[in-house]
Every structure is written in C-alpha cells, then in structure tokens.
Ligand binder design. Structure first.
Ligand SMILES: Nc1ncnc2c1ncn2[C@@H]1O[C@H](COP(=O)(O)OP(=O)(O)OP(=O)(O)O)[C@@H](O)[C@H]1O
Ligand SMILES: [Mg+2]
Length: 246
C-alpha cells in the first residue's frame, strides 16, 4: 500500500521548547492510525504540520508525495480536516454550511442531491439538514464537519480529537464511518484520548510523549487491558525509548 501521509524526521520547536521531535510516521491508503498521548505530547502539532498551518523546524511532511511546505496549496487539496470544534455558521443550515465550505474549497459537483447524499453518508438526519446549525448537538456538528471534509474528495483525513464530547453511540457511529471511508481508500490519522475506541477502530496506534513517538503498535494484536498497561507505563516512565517505529 502506498503511503499517503508521511512524516520524515518531522520536528517542530517553539523557541527552546521541542513540541515534535523527529517524527517518522506513515499512513497508507485504507489505513487508520490513531495518535495517543498526554496533553502537550505533540499530536495537534503533528496534524498542523501536515496541514501546513505550521512550518517544520526540521524534516518534512508529505501528502501523497507532495511536500506540504513547498507546495501547501496542492497538499491541502488532498486533505480533509476535522478539528475538535467544527466552526460553522450558526444561522445557516447544515446543508447551507456544507455548500458554503465546499464552494470555498473549490469543490466541483455542488448540487443539492450531492450535498444531501454527503449528509446522508455521515448519518445526519434529513430533517436536521435544513435546520440552522445553532440548534445542533456537538455530534451533529462533527458530522457536518466530516461531510465538508468528504465533499473535498480528500485523499487523507486528519482528525483532531473528533470524538471528544460525543456520547458513546455517536462516537461509535463516527468511528464506524471512518472505517467505511478507510475501506473506500482514504488514509486516516486521528488524534484521540479514547484508548479503547482507538484500539477498536485503528490499524495502528502510536503513542506520543513529550514530542516523541514512544510506541507504534499493531492494534489487532492488542486487547484493551494490554493497551492501557502499555500506555500508562509510557506515561509513568521518565526515560521511555522508542519501542518500535514502523
Ligand atoms: N503556537 C505555539 N506556541 C508555543 N508553543 C506551542 C504552540 N503550539 C503548541 N505548543 C506547545 O507544543 C507542545 C505540544 O502541543 P500540542 O498542541 O501538539 O499537544 P497535543 O498532544 O495536541 O495536546 P492535547 O492532548 O492537549 O491536545 C505543548 O507543549 C504546547 O504548549
Ligand atoms: Mg491537541
């Protein structure tokens, strides 16, 4: 499988603080990789480097072979991004928000049938689609955010804690949808604090600590208790070494 997302010795320093320390990571088409790690571990920094929101201090981020920092516009076209808080226009409906953001991203094929099919795919209620977003729950806003990302027909999806604040059923539905999208060929990189859902949904789990990747684990080989044990060991150990980098 070809790597869609690729970080090569990717590093970011803010002044004297190293937020990301020589990350090597790849996500292939059809693959879901979850990033775990304590607050401040470098997860959002990684995502922001892939998005070209930040310039790396060293190394590079590649999207389907496109170097993000030298060709940011081309790289961003390949990316769908779902932040923790999806920013939508409150007075516009879900359908209108989707149309607006798809126009903004230069997407082709913006007719109502297609827009509705995208909202349908992410599981937004048809009736809700024509209600103002200000009345939406968090999960409904996340679904619109995902529909916007899909509307771009992105090759890769970057998700920064998209599950936080979702109830278990909504989180479960959201994760099932990510698997459908991966099966359609998207490469998915998600930062989350939800260990067990990460294990359930992903192919690979990476654990970040103080800007370093301290573990890369095959999800299928883990059960919940083992994952929690490995995670906590890394969090407690002041001198964790790279366990495996693949
Ligand atoms: N713009 C910035 N200026 C200075 N320091 C920053 C900036 N952005 C992030 N940092 C620092 O970089 C480190 C990594 O932050 P990052 O946001 O990547 O963590 P995270 O793993 O996403 O954490 P969380 O789980 O809380 O979202 C932190 O120490 C943070 O304070
Ligand atoms: Mg973060």
């Amino acid at each position: 499988m070809a790597d869609v997302l690729r970080a090569e010795s990717l590093s970011k320093r803010f002044g004297t603080h190293t937020a990301l320390n020589s990350l090597n990571l790849s996500v292939a088409s059809g693959e879901i990789v979850c990033m775990l790690g304590a607050n401040g571990a470098g997860k959002t920094t990684t995502i922001n480097l892939f998005l070209g929101f930040l310039e790396p201090s060293d190394g590079k981020a590649l999207i389907d072979g496109t170097h993000v920092q030298s060709d940011t516009t081309a790289a961003r076209k390949l990316l769908g991004y779902v932040p923790e808080q999806v920013a939508l226009y409150p007075s516009l409906t879900g359908l209108e928000n989707l149309e607006y953001f798809m126009r903004l991203s230069g997407a082709a094929n913006i007719n109502e049938t297609h827009l509705r099919s995208l909202l349908d795919k992410v599981g937004l209620d048809q009736a809700a689609a024509t209600r103002p977003v200000q009345d939406y729950s968090k999960g409904m806003r996340q679904k619109v955010g995902l529909a916007i990302a899909l509307g771009k027909n992105a090759t890769a999806l970057l998700l920064d804690e998209p599950l936080s604040g979702l109830d278990p059923k909504a989180a479960n539905e959201f994760c099932s949808l990510l698997r459908v999208l991966a099966n359609e060929g998207k490469a998915v990189l998600m930062a989350t604090h939800d260990l067990f859902r990460a294990r359930e949904i992903s192919d690979k789990i990476v654990i970040m600590k103080s800007g370093r990747m301290v573990a890369a684990l095959d999800s299928a080989a883990l059960d919940n208790a083992t994952l929690e044990k490995i995670y906590l060991q890394h969090m407690h150990d002041p001198d964790t070494l790279l366990e495996a980098a693949s």
